[in-house]
Design a protein around this ligand. Structure first.
Ligand code: ZN
Length: 224
């Protein structure tokens, strides 16, 4: 901790500005006040370093926290804090956004998911560009996407023709799809979409070629 004392407030503020998550950084200057970070993070978490009784200790704590984020090293802070590593980190994908399942008849399939499994569709949508009608069914912190082809020559119709009904793709959530695409290109990964396109529910999506992903059709998905 001692070497972190060298951080001055201006350095720390600059340091913080390197993290998107800290756009709403609140710096409480009161000597005896707690140091609060309100990072406007997806989870809406607010981190309050209570019990800090003087500014220099606050600076040390803050610098320590940011160092953890920056170095992505063994972060001894709480797991709540560690979640922020993700935003400042190097991971390309976050959670599984959804699992795409190709079906012949959306209505019939929905009956199984809703009436037998007890899941609930949040509505259907036709995505003309991809020649599909889709329904999303949230489950836990991910979703199942059921896809029925609207045209005989659509990608879902072709998939079913070749392989039958079943899992067609896995979609991973990304923070910034353009950036992810660039990084994949740099690594020589084959892409179906070199630019993001419109996905159901207003998402920005792009598919990776299964030849580059050991047989799985992977979708990248960015949502607000
Ligand atoms: Zn999908």
């Amino acid at each position: 901790m001692d070497d972190l004392l060298k951080y001055e407030k201006s350095q720390i503020t600059r340091f913080a500005s390197r993290f998107d998550a800290f756009t709403q950084l609140i710096w409480k200057q009161e000597i005896n006040g707690p140091l609060c970070l309100n990072p406007d993070f997806q989870s809406g978490s607010q981190i309050s370093l209570e019990g800090i009784t003087n500014l220099s200790e606050a600076l040390v704590q803050f610098a320590f926290f940011l160092t953890c984020l920056n170095e992505l090293s063994n972060c001894p802070l709480s797991t709540v804090n560690c979640q922020f590593k993700k935003n400042g980190g190097k991971e390309m994908v976050g959670k599984i956004d959804h699992i795409g399942i190709a079906v012949k008849n959306l209505e019939e399939t929905l009956k199984f998911y809703e009436e037998v499994l007890g899941m609930k569709s949040v509505g259907t949508e036709v995505v003309e560009e991809q020649k599909v009608k889709v329904a999303f069914l949230p489950i836990g912190d991910t979703e199942v996407e059921l896809l029925e082809s609207t045209e005989e020559d659509g990608p879902i119709a072709k998939f079913i023709e070749k392989k039958g009904e079943g899992i067609q793709h896995i979609a991973y959530r990304v923070d910034n799809i353009e950036e992810a695409i660039e990084r994949l290109k740099e690594k020589g990964i084959r892409l179906i979409d070199e630019k993001p396109r419109y996905g159901a529910g207003g998402a920005k999506i792009a598919f990776l070629h299964p030849k580059s992903t050991f047989g799985v059709l992977i979708e990248l998905c960015e949502r607000d």
